[in-house]
Structures are given as C-alpha cells and as structure tokens.
Write a protein of this length. Structure first.
Length: 310
C-alpha cells in the first residue's frame, strides 16, 4: 500500500455521499501522483459551512465560511513532529462546493475534486499570495484537473443546451476566469467592503479589480455629507489602478451588504468601459457569498467609448 492510499477521507457534521467521498480520494491520489509525492498522504474532512466558519474565525481571523482550508503539518508545534509522509489536514465545505458547482455548471463531485487538488497543492508547498506564485500554482492545478481520472468528472458549461441559459458574452466571460480566481477576488472584495465609509446610507460596498499585470486593486464606497461627492467602490479601485500606471484589466468583483447580487451604478459602468473590454468578467456578490458572473458588455450595452470620438 502506498502512502497516498493511507489518506483518510472522513466527514464531520455532514453526511457525504459515496460518490463525493470517492471524488475526493481520486483527486488526492491524482494530485500526489502528478507531483511525484505518492509517499505523502493527508487527512481530508468533508464538513458543513458552520464548521468551516468556526475554523476561519479561530485560525485565520476571518468571520465567514470559505470552501476549503489547508493546515500543513509542518506549520504546527515543532514538539509535535508529524508522522513520516504526513502532509497535513484539509477541510472542505460540501454545501459550498455544491453551490459553486451549480454556479459554474458542473457537478458537486467535480468541485470537490478541484478543492481537494487545491488543498493538496497547499500542503505540498504551493501558495498564491504573490502573482508569480499564484501563476505557478494555477498552472499545476489546471494540469492536474485535466488528467483523465479527474477530467472525466466534467467541467464548466460547454455544450449548446447549457450555454442557452446564459448570453454568449456571459459564457465567454465565464470561460476566461477560473473558479479559483473567482473565489480569491470575492474574498478581496469582501475585505475591501470592511473599509467602507458609509455614515449616511450604512450600505457598504467593496470592489476588487484585477489588472493584466496580475496586481489587485481594492476599493470601497466613500460617502460625503453633501452626497454628490460620494465615490463608489468600483471607481475607487479603478482610480487607484490608473494612478499606479495600469491600463488593462482582466476582471472585477463587487460585493455589498445586500442579500442580492448588487451591480455597479451607471456612472461606474461608464468609467469601467473607458478602460475595460466589453467581455471582461464582472463578479457580482451578495452578502451571503453567493455570486453571479456577467460581462461588462452586458452591464453596459452600446457603451459610449473613445472609439465613438474618432
């Protein structure tokens, strides 16, 4: 028996199906094999949002649930030496995987496999804090998910019947931004929302704009007593990026305190159209973390741009 086969997949406060458990086992085995780490193994727990939320608060100081958490064995107390070959622990929220799979148009099993691969790569030393590190991690992640055992689980919407549920621009946008990037940008937008200055409306908004350089620019809404000088989160992020010399952008995430997926106002849409292409993905996020993916062109069709002035 290889060390990878020692990987324990269990449940906590959640009753997973055998298909879900098998998808996680398959993903862990495939990731280890792809990374030449068949002698390494992990403990993987499938759980609920509440448990993930509590762990986020206790260990990361983040007051919300996320989809996956990784705890490398070598980050603990040195007096508690891990067993030979043990990588660490991975916690995955199945309800979150179900919601994200539905949003991206694939099965819960496929999303669980994706999150398992992501967690295994973290345990194997990969990270995504810096743009270059993120690029490397995503490259490995995509390569592993394309391997035959996992590719068979399916992927994003590709056939004509499924595509009919979205406009062509939205489908194009969805294909140009991967699930991991969506989650990262949502988290950054939520962090930006915490800095909002809204003494009058009490309605906080946060935005995360990703430049073609790989840098992220955050913004929040800033209100004023006379109202008209108030600036939206989206424009705050855009203006910061332009000041830093950025001129090309890849995606935008916007979150608010609303239970609905609030979209940018008309002025912000016009400002975005000055610098962003119509097919740029825009991620609209609710206060509960649910999101909708749409393109800028859908938000502002027939936009007045610099091309109209030629």
């Amino acid at each position: 028996m290889t060390e990878t086969e020692k990987t324990l997949v269990s449940t906590e406060n959640f009753e997973a199906t055998e298909a879900q458990l098998e998808a996680v086992r398959l993903a862990a085995r495939t990731a280890a094999q792809a990374e030449n780490a068949l002698e390494r193994y992990a403990s993987i727990v499938l759980t609920d949002d509440e448990t993930i939320h509590r762990l986020n608060c206790d260990y990361r100081g983040v007051d919300r649930p996320t989809d996956v958490l990784s705890f490398p064995a070598d980050e603990g107390d040195e007096l508690l030496a891990p067993p030979d070959g043990f990588l660490g622990d991975i916690m995955i929220s199945v309800p979150r995987a179900e919601a994200q799979g539905k949003e991206l148009g694939h099965s819960t099993e496929r999303e669980l496999a994706f999150l398992t691969v992501h967690g295994m790569l973290h345990l194997l030393g990969y990270d995504h804090i810096d743009p270059e590190d993120e690029k490397e991690m995503l490259s490995h992640q995509r390569a592993i998910m394309s391997l035959e055992p996992l590719a068979a689980l399916g992927g994003e919407k590709t056939n004509e019947t499924e595509a009919n549920t979205e406009s062509s621009e939205s489908v194009k946008a969805m294909k140009e931004i991967n699930g991991f990037e969506i989650k990262k940008m949502i988290g950054l937008a939520q962090e930006a929302r915490e800095r909002a200055y809204v003494p009058y409306s009490k309605f906080r908004v946060g935005a995360c704009l990703k430049a073609a350089s790989g840098a992220y620019y955050l913004g929040c809404n800033i209100e004023n007593a006379s109202y008209s000088p108030t600036v939206c989160a989206e424009r705050t992020a855009v203006f910061k990026a332009i000041y830093e010399g950025e001129r090309e952008f890849e995606a935008l995430a916007v979150c608010s305190d609303s239970k609905n997926c609030t979209s940018p106002c008309g002025v912000c849409r016009q400002v975005l159209s000055e610098f962003c292409s119509p097919d740029m993905p825009v991620i609209l996020v609710s206060s509960t973390g649910e999101y909708r993916l749409i393109s800028l062109g859908e938000l502002l069709p027939l936009a007045f741009t610099k091309g109209d002035m030629e």
